[in-house]
Design a protein around this ligand. Structure first.
Ligand code: DGJ
Length: 535
């Protein structure tokens, strides 16, 4: 039974999610925070998810609604959400809104909120307390872990056969807001006390793999193997963030561990990312950001993924930072509009992401609402940029999954700042540039290309053109044999138009029109530029 639970596995350099024995590409979408608290409210949303070509819905399960009275659990909502998802052929990723959500503790039950003596809070330097549970109180973590374990125990019963739920996020965007660390008496003592041996041992054993931020702070302070937090990492708000990362990661790991004992789904945490000039506390201090990710790795064995919520413009850079040392990528939150619909291609095609999940997808394509989150007022979810991207990625999913981790797949985002990129796959160097023909030049391009066999490529996307160069014999030139557009039906290629003439620049360029998203198959050959001999 255990191996039938959704789980992670390696394929080459990639990490894949296996569901019902098959690798699974998450074409996800996360709902607004409050949508899934009412089954009635959800009823029209399920169909909209299907129209968006979403295969996995990310939605919260909150501690307050699961355990309204201590020790008494109400699974009505969970069961109703499973039922709604199943009726629409959708999978779910549950977001456990337990002790923390966006750094706050607004989702803890009333009996926790009211009992500040039993469930201590984080304090500021002026002695005031925040409405935020302390990371250092055993009562807090034990109560949260008990509730999360009850949820997982329930899933083990009601979802053991169908595997509607494929992963769980433990807490949401944790970290201290308003200060760089907890200033309560308990926290001050822990901060002045010794850095745990487990962390120091991890730093020593993994020195070469550490991120630059942690490595530099630790070595600049003398790479000490004993001492207080400020002795080991030096003074400053960055050290406060390392300390908070340790306490959050240790806490969340206990919650995840308690859940995994009951039902060992893959589990992850998500990060509210910082902007360059921000100090810890203006973003959640201690959350699983790249600056402190080594601390999370040292503390949290029961978390399978540390994931970014990427709302920032420099999407590619965050993907790179989260895949350091071959770490798997999953993006539980990102922008839902046209830019998000382009970025999903990059995460999936270039970084072998387990999947992507734009936020607020229940607003997509809803007239009058969509405008609030950016994008055109459209007539329905199926017409949105995300739906168009996911419809094609859904066709390509078997091919993408087959080639993950093999080095045969590349993806790209092109614009005026980066009008061209170079990728090497399938024994060729591909120069991929914004498409242009006659006087027309595309302003945006995006897509992915897979080397599917000798001299054969499948590409999909919009607004780019590809020139080939052979990697092995540099004197040889590369020509196009044929370019076909087409679709994949149940994994089988069905060719449509043969593209030649203007559509492949008279045989000189593999082109993808900026008007829509297409899938094309291209075969190439090499010829000598000297003798004209064809190989
Ligand atoms: C990030 C949080 O994780 C989500 O739950 C939601 O609050 C969004 N921010 C809102 O943009």
């Amino acid at each position: 039974m255990a191996d039938r639970i959704p789980h992670l596995r390696k394929q080459g350099s990639a990490t894949q999610l296996v569901v019902d024995g098959q690798p699974f590409l998450i074409l996800g979408g996360e709902l607004h925070n409050s949508s899934a608290s009412s089954l009635e409210y959800m009823e029209p949303i399920w169909g909209r998810m299907v129209d968006l070509h979403i295969n996995t819905v990310l939605l919260p399960i909150s501690w307050e609604l699961l355990e309204p009275d201590e020790g008494s659990f109400d699974f009505t909502l969970v069961d109703g959400l499973l039922d709604g998802a199943r009726r629409h052929g959708l999978r779910l990723i549950l977001l456990w809104f337990g002790s923390w959500k966006n750094g706050m503790s607004s989702y803890v039950p009333a009996w926790v909120k009211r009992d500040t003596a039993r469930f201590p809070r984080i304090a500021l330097s002026d002695g005031s307390t925040l409405e935020v549970l302390s990371t250092l109180a055993a009562a807090n973590v034990e109560a949260d872990a008990r509730a999360f374990a009850a949820l997982m125990r329930h899933l083990a019963v009601v979802d053991a056969d169908q595997h509607t739920v494929i992963m769980a996020q433990v807490e949401n965007e944790v970290g201290v807001l308003g200060d760089s660390r907890d200033r309560s008496e308990t926290a001050n003592q822990a901060f002045q006390g010794p850095v745990p041996d487990r962390l120091l041992d991890y730093l020593e054993a993994n020195l070469a793999r550490l991120g630059p931020e942690v490595r530099e702070r630790w070595t600049a302070a003398g790479a000490r193997t004993a001492g207080s937090w400020e002795e080991v990492f030096g003074p400053g708000v960055e050290t406060d963030a390392l300390f908070m990362a340790w306490t959050y990661a240790s806490y969340v790991d206990k919650v995840a561990a308690a859940g995994k004992v009951e039902y060992a789904l893959p589990m992850f945490v998500n990060a509210w990312l910082s902007f360059d000039t921000q100090a810890p506390g203006s973003f959640p201090s201690g959350g699983p950001l790249p600056q402190v990710i080594d601390i999370w790795c040292a503390a949290a064995d029961h978390l399978d993924l540390l994931t970014p919520d990427i709302y920032q413009a420099n999407f590619e850079e965050w993907c790179r930072r989260y895949t350091r040392n071959g770490s798997p990528l999953f993006i539980p939150e990102m922008r839902p509009g046209a830019d998000g619909a382009r970025n999903v291609w990059y995460a999936i095609g270039q970084h072998d992401a387990l999947g992507t999940s734009p936020f607020a997808v229940d607003s997509l394509g809803v007239p009058g609402v969509q405008e609030l989150i950016g994008g055109d007022p459209l007539t329905g979810p199926g017409d949105t940029p995300l739906a168009r991207s996911y419809a094609v990625l859904d066709q390509l999913a078997p091919l993408i999954l087959e080639h993950q981790g093999t080095g045969a797949m590349a993806a790209f985002l092109l614009d005026k700042t980066t009008p061209r990129v170079v990728r090497q796959i399938g024994g060729y160097e591909l120069t991929i540039a914004l498409d242009e023909v006659f006087h027309f030049k595309a302003e945006l391009g995006y897509g992915l290309i897979i080397a599917v066999g000798p001299d054969t490529f499948v590409g999909a996307g919009s607004g780019f053109r590809v020139a080939f160069r052979a990697l092995d014999v540099r004197a040889q030139k590369v020509g196009l044999i044929a370019v076909d557009e087409g679709v994949y039906r149940e994994g089988q290629w069905v060719a449509g138009r043969r593209l030649n003439g203007d559509e492949d620049d008279q045989g000189r360029m593999w082109r993808f029109s900026p008007y829509g998203i297409s899938i094309e198959r291209c075969s190439v050959y090499r010829y000598s530029s000297i003798s004209g001999t064809v190989h």
